[in-house]
Design a protein around this ligand. Sequence first.
Ligand SMILES: [Zn+2]
Length: 314
Amino acid sequence: MSLLSKVGRNYRTHWAFVFIILVVLLENSTFGLAHDPAKREIATKIFSNLKEPTQIDLGAIGSYAKGCLDGAKQLPFNGPYWQVLHPNRKRNWGHPETIELIKRVSKAANSIGWTGLYIGDISQARGGPMPYGHKSHQMGLDVDIWLTQPKRMGLTQAELKTVKPLSVRSQDKRKTNRNWTKKHMEILKTIALDAAVDRVFITAPAKILMCQQTKGNRSWLQKIRPIGGHHQHFHIRLKCPPSSSLCVPQKPSIPNISQSEDGCDHTLKWWVTTALEPYKKPLKPQKKPKLKKSVLDFTMTDLPKQCLSVIHQN
Ligand SMILES: [Zn+2]
């Protein structure tokens, strides 16, 4: 065999080997398939199509409304003290600490006298922006819980569809209504006292009532934050878990958020007065505020760069 043909054969073997490696790579991974930056594909579409979590462990990445989740755990649809209300949405994924918290507070709700809790959305299997429903819930550290007292756990799919959300707010949006009970307050207090919880969002009239009725320790009240909507469910936000080094805490932090220790001040009254007045057009023309990009328009470049490896994992 001449030296030339020997070299030629070696090259052919070499290229055949490279080809086999490429085929194996493409078949066994989402390499090159999940995301092509040149296409500027919408992030909600990418994340809502990923139905399985990643197994590596960066945890929560980014911030609550601009992030993703690595190493998610699934909350079982049915538990002894909880039930996921919309199993078809597949938003029962969270940071492992969130799943543990839900189990803890559900059990607490049961010992307070409810059968358990109805759980709304947590996050998608890899977190990220969602095509409908929320701006936040992107890092697996947010969970919605209904204010409806469950009759029992273990409802069938058909029964779940008949569960109606219950509002605890009056028609004029200034007070709570008769659906609000002492047990709501006890459950919210237990949740706010949990060390893993950063804050809890709920309609302002509920917070106002809790401010009026709390005797003794009031420190937990600061974690209960007024917000628009949230009269049929409340929203728990967990702190960045210590192991999630890429998680950005929310600013302002709870100790710096209001003008009093418990948040029971005039800033709270604003929600049930000025905020409800009809919108008046300002006399002077105002500078147009810079429009924030909607979550629905996010591409991967709007998210932390580590989220790219989260969508590319098997
Ligand atoms: Zn929420």
